[in-house]
Design a protein around this ligand. Structure first.
Ligand SMILES: C[S@@+](CC[C@H](N)C(=O)[O-])C[C@H]1O[C@@H](n2cnc3c(N)ncnc32)[C@H](O)[C@@H]1O
Ligand SMILES: *[C@@H]1O[C@H](CO)[C@@H](O)[C@H](O)[C@H]1NC(C)=O
Length: 258
């Protein structure tokens, strides 16, 4: 609560009470999810959490090739990096809702969400997929091909901020509909600012890992947590976007460009 009064954002006591209740509820949710993440190291593996199993069993409508890719990805030892599948489904639904055609994926790994978004955009749409590791993307490529959407995925292997600069220099500002920020955490603010330039009004930026396993509650000195916590605070006050912070996966903020 201290930081709120310091910012002088909310002064009404009533609002404060509502916020405290929300924060308390949020903490409960976060700690529950935190324990899930900690027990299983991966939000792909939900065995042992009956309610999460229920959610997936009653809502996940995974494309058969997405399912194959997630199985293949689970064999990789870095599989905890893969996006939560129910979160990917939400993002595809949002992309379709706003008729997204041009998408940016920052942090591809095996391309579960790149494939998911490629399936969501029309045939002449594209997903600019940014990663520095070609080896990871090569794991996913056969599946992109099998799903017949490989032609929509424009993979660029170099630091994501360079690719975003290239897009800006190519005159593609305000032409993208959706961006997913899911790469190195220390550069989150840079990605957010460049995406805000690249996204059109009414477009959406989804920022992943905004709860960082609950660590944002007590950001110590590690650069990743500090970077995420700082961006969370900034976006809360950012009048360029409307927002929702969701407790899905490891936490995702949806920023709707005004
Ligand atoms: C959490 S994973 C992405 C997961 C992916 N969105 C999915 O659908 O499963 C993060 C990825 O960011 C990549 N990465 C790390 N630093 C990067 C950078 N500076 N530029 C681009 N990608 C980077 C890593 O190689 C890794 O593949
Ligand atoms: C953004 O949120 C404000 C309320 O906080 C609302 O009045 C406005 O209509 C929203 N804008 C859009 C484009 O949704």
């Amino acid at each position: 609560m201290l930081w709120l009064s310091k910012d002088g954002l909310l002064s009404a006591a009533a609002l404060g009470v509502t916020f405290t209740a929300g924060l308390w509820l949020g903490t409960k949710l976060v700690s529950r999810r935190y324990s899930i993440l900690h027990t299983f190291k991966s939000h792909c593996d939900t065995k042992g959490d009956p309610l999460m199993e229920y959610v997936l069993q009653n809502s996940l409508r995974e494309h058969p090739i997405l399912k194959k890719l997630s199985k293949r990805t689970l064999e990789d030892r870095r599989n905890m990096m893969m996006v939560a599948r129910e979160q990917a489904q939400l993002m595809a639904n949002l992309a379709k809702l706003i008729n997204a055609k041009k998408v940016i994926e920052i942090g591809v790994y095996t391309g579960y969400n790149a494939l998911n978004m490629a399936l969501a955009v029309p045939d002449d749409g594209k997903v600019v997929a940014c990663d520095i590791n070609l080896e990871f993307a090569n794991l996913g490529k056969p599946f992109w091909k099998e799903a017949r959407v490989e032609h929509k995925i424009d993979l660029r292997i170099k630091p994501a901020s360079e690719t975003l600069d290239e897009l800006l220099r190519a005159g593609e500002a305000e032409s993208f509909d959706f961006a997913f920020i899911d790469a190195d955490k220390v550069n989150y603010n840079i990605y957010y600012e460049k995406c805000l330039q690249l996204i059109r009004k009414g477009g959406i930026i989804a920022i992943d890992n905004v709860l960082w396993g609950g660590k944002v509650l007590k950001p110590r000195n590690d650069p990743d947590t500090l970077s995420i916590a700082k961006l969370n605070e900034k976006i809360y006050r950012d009048s360029r976007v409307n927002i929702s912070m969701l407790t899905i996966g490891d936490g995702v903020t949806l920023a709707f460009k005004l």
